[in-house]
Design a binder for this molecule. Sequence first.
Ligand SMILES: O=C(O)CCC(=O)C(=O)O
Ligand SMILES: [Mn+2]
Length: 218
Amino acid sequence: MYHQIRLGDNQLDSSDPFLDNNLQKTVVIDTDGEVIFYPNFFSIEESDRLFSDLYSSINWKQDIIHFYGKKIPLPRLTGWYGDEGKSYTYSGIEQHPDPWTPTLKLIKSKAEEISEVTFNSVLLNLYRHGKDSVSWHSDDEPELGENPIIASISFGGSRRFSLKHKTSENYKINLDLPKGSLLLMKGETQHCWQHQIPKTSKFVEPRINLTFRVIKPV
Ligand SMILES: O=C(O)CCC(=O)C(=O)O
Ligand SMILES: [Mn+2]
C-alpha cells in the first residue's frame, strides 16, 4: 500500500482544545506509533522572519562521518542547542549543545505548548539545496528513551518527508513539509518506522528544520 498525503487533505479537528480556529491538524500515522501534522503552526510572515533569523544566527557546522576509513561530510549543515550538559551522539558524532538563544526559546515554548512536553535540546538541520538530505533512519538513540516525543518544525523551502514501516516494507507515506509546519512523532513511531528527507533534482529553496527532543541520562 502506498499513501500520499497532500496538503489539501488536512482536516480541521475542532475538538482539540489546543487548536485555535485556523490551526489545521492531520493524523498521518495512528498504527505502530503516532504522527500528527500541523501544516500552518506558524504563519507565513512569522516563518520567513524566523528562517532569516536562524539562517544568520545559528552556529552551523559541517559534520563529518567516518565510513570504511573515509571521511564523509554529512549532506546538510547542523546545529545543536540545549540545556547545559545534555550531550548526545548522532550518526556517531558526539554533539555538545550551544546555549538556547531567545529565538530558539520562543519556538521551543510554542512547540511545548502543543506537545505538553518540556524539551531540553534541539537539533537543527540546514538543507542548502536539493542535494542536501537525511537518509532513512529512526530517532532511536538510547539518550531519547523508550518512546520519545519529537517535535519537528520547518522553515524555508518545502521538502518531501517520507516514512516507511520497518517490517511492512511496502507501507510508506510521503508528505511535503511546508514552511511553518509542525510534525509531532510520538509513541512507538521510532521503533516501528523510519523517516528520510530524500535528495531532489528539482529546484528547492534552502530549508531549516528543528527537531526538539528530550535527552535523558543513560
Ligand atoms: O529535516 C527533517 O524534516 C527531518 C530531520 C531528521 O529526521 C533528523 O534530524 O533526525
Ligand atoms: Mn530524524
